[in-house]
Design a protein around this ligand. Structure first.
Ligand code: SF4
Length: 341
């Protein structure tokens, strides 16, 4: 998987008031990319494409350089207290991705250059919580690692938290472009997680992301760079032979990590879920998907904003949780399972 390069770049004039905004403009000019001005990301016009589907695909390789105006951070349960907004959108094409509905008609990628404002806000939240540890999730609205080889804003964030006493950072990725992050002064305050899954799920539902082997290679580097490491197994999906598929995943993980320095390892387990609006969008954008989204086979769970989600029925979810927890304890007896949801 080659590192992401946008096909089209938009820049908000205000972004040029920040050094990162100016640096990015220069960088993309040197790369010979087309750069257009836009007063605000809401005014982005002219993404090419003869129909909605083509525009959607082109939007996913469009980058908007802008500033983050809303500095009220969303909460990010169960993995962290807050979501830290460094970017929005992603170049990947995972069929099940919830960004398809949360970003609606604006699937282009936005990177925010006013990092100082974002860090000041994070510090204020840490201060508010006094002696408690405050965790920030940087991958709620994008796959930030997939973009960071261009911006290095994640690297700066890692180093900001490296100096923090009570603040911690975490993010998850399906990309392996981690080399520039290996020498970041993280001081153990950042948990670097990789999203992993069975071969079936990666092959059928995760186009446009790094292969499993590339993610493993990156995880080895990250472990050897002394980062606390994590794996998010998500979405756990009950395909034919799922037990064997997930068992093999753990075998490969354990094999790959056996010669590394990893000593702080967590797993987060998330079963597949979908909402009715997501099902409609997925059917439009990935019409040939094999992703099973049959409401009859699932359990309805009430959700925020009145949009409930469909998860596996209790007996299947229980079986899934017990099975995967067993695999974790067989292959990684010292690792912690942070949650299953
Ligand atoms: Fe969504 Fe993550 Fe896939 Fe990007 S890599 S499309 S954020 S699930």
């Amino acid at each position: 998987m080659k590192p992401f390069v946008p096909q089209l770049v938009y820049i908000e004039p205000k972004a040029l008031e920040y050094s990162l905004g100016r640096d990015l403009k220069e960088k993309f000019e040197k790369m010979g990319l087309e750069i257009k001005e836009t007063t605000s990301h809401n005014q982005v016009r002219g993404i090419p494409g003869n129909n909605e589907l083509q525009q959607y695909r082109n939007a996913k390789s469009t980058l908007v350089i802008g500033i983050r105006k809303t500095l009220k951070f969303e909460t990010s349960k169960p993995s962290a207290e807050y979501a830290i907004p460094l970017a929005t959108g992603c170049m990947g094409h995972c069929h099940y991705c919830y960004l398809q509905t949360t970003l609606g008609s604006k699937p282009y990628i936005r990177t925010y250059v006013n990092l100082e404002d974002i860090f000041a806000q994070a510090d204020a939240y840490i201060e508010e919580r006094g002696d408690q540890i405050t965790r920030f999730e940087a991958a709620c609205t994008s796959d930030i690692v997939g973009l960071d080889h261009l911006t290095h804003s994640l690297k700066k964030t890692i180093e900001h938290f490296g100096k923090s006493e009570k603040g911690q950072l975490r993010f998850v990725t399906k990309y392996h472009h981690v080399d520039h992050l290996l020498d970041a002064k993280h001081n153990g305050k950042t948990r670097f997680r990789f999203s992993v899954n069975s071969r079936y799920v990666i092959k059928n539902f995760e186009p446009g992301t790094s292969s499993f082997d590339e993610r493993l290679e990156a995880a080895r580097k990250v472990a050897n760079a002394g980062y606390p490491l994590g794996f998010i197994v998500a979405p756990i999906y009950l395909h034919v032979d799922w037990r064997e598929g997930y068992y093999e995943l753990f075998q490969r993980l354990a094999n790959s990590l056996k010669d590394t320095k990893v000593n702080d390892l967590t797993f987060e387990l998330i079963q597949h879920r979908f909402t009715k609006p997501a099902k409609k969008v997925i059917a439009k954008r990935y019409p040939k998907t094999k992703l099973e989204m049959d409401e009859e086979k699932r359990k309805y769970k009430w959700g925020r904003y009145g949009i409930g989600k469909y998860v596996y029925k209790d007996d299947e979810a229980k079986d899934m949780e017990e099975t995967i927890r067993r695999y974790v304890s067989e292959f990684f007896p010292k690792a912690e399972v942070a949650y299953f949801t």
